[in-house]
Ligand binder design. Sequence first.
Ligand code: ATP
Ligand code: 3PG
Length: 405
Amino acid sequence: MQTIDDLIAGPGVAGKRVFVRADLNVPMSDGLITDDGRIRAVLPTIVKLVEADAKVIVASHLGRPKGEPDPKFSLLQAAERLAELLGKPVAFAQDTVGPAAHDAVNGLEPGQVAVIENLRFNAGETSKDDAERGEFADQLAALADLYVGDGFGAVHRKHASVYDLPARLPHAVGLLIGTEVGVLKRLTEDVERPYVVVLGGAKVSDKLAVIDNLLGKADRILVGGGMMFTFLAAQGHQVGTSLLQEDQIAVVKEYLARAEREGVEFVLPVDARVSATFPDLKTKAPVDDVEVVGVDAMPAGKMGLDVGPKTEELFAAKLADARTVFWNGPMGVFEHPAFADGTSAVAKGLLDSDAFTVVGGGDSAAAVRLLGFDETKFGHISTGGGASLEYLEGKTLPGLAALEK
Ligand SMILES: Nc1ncnc2c1ncn2[C@@H]1O[C@H](COP(=O)(O)OP(=O)(O)OP(=O)(O)O)[C@@H](O)[C@H]1O
Ligand SMILES: O=C(O)[C@H](O)COP(=O)(O)O
């Protein structure tokens, strides 16, 4: 892959419009950024381009808007945070490829930075139709002379700005993707065993799919978070009103059977913290009906929002002898203190082991920091959850393939 240094030495970036596809999909609460890790992660690339006198256009998605503008998912806050971190003004365009974006880009002097509005405010960004995506990529290409791919968290998405745009402009890989791939590669090559994978989080259908491949690679798979309920349902348990991917129960049963045949250990929670309602993450108001129940006694009207204390002990024991751990997805709704213990227990388990530890995912990385853990104590904190999982599966990721061409 061509690097930024190659771009600087080759076509040169000074005075050129360089489109940086970042992943600024930061966790937000009440309109405020709760963790800016993903913005900090892409800073080295932006600073390098600024210092080389490029006109830098930063683009990203935020959340999952429905292909049209939705103020809830504006990148304005992220642009403001980027300006603070850079210590210099950042222009913000209120559209993505319209007149505001063109004005913002035309107004850039060498060494200046603009952020354009959420790429997913345009249906073409995520379209499954090649022509529709291509049309949007053409509009994006009109804004820039060169392309730098550095949104590691989104490289597994075949989206216009990730996959189609680099085919239209001279392109290079950014510093963040370079680092991420370097570390993750280590987990696909000479991995030290036992190799334990911990999975949780809320993007259940996305992440269930990766288990198929992980079964051939990991020695032990620990499952918590929103994902655990599909497993518990597959074992015949009632899961009340918990997050459940009903259409995947049969698939999960097959995973469990295959794991047994192939000697891969699945470790499922034995207890859970439940409540009748989802907690208020804005006010963090205390939840007065939290109960710890065995997984065979989940009450019908309650939802599981964290693993329970016995599971915390079990998971800690299963992490203790690991030599390599990859963890994606919080064990519970860690954003509320009543449901953060499971996630803290796994973070502590990783730190107490002698394993090489990789934590992947926007929310998982944020959880580690927000719960007060020192991120420098982990082997690597990846900005990509789904992206790192798919990389570890050995899949060709559209965003990396496009940069290789
Ligand atoms: N039992 C649960 N029920 C509902 N939501 C849950 C549960 N456990 C965890 N979550 C939620 O999962 C979310 C994070 O999941 P997600 O799959 O997005 O992980 P991630 O680390 O961000 O990975 P990615 O980078 O792929 O998005 C958190 O906001 C957390 O509140
Ligand atoms: O949070 C993530 O994993 C990335 O930003 C990708 O977001 P997506 O899952 O909405 O495509």
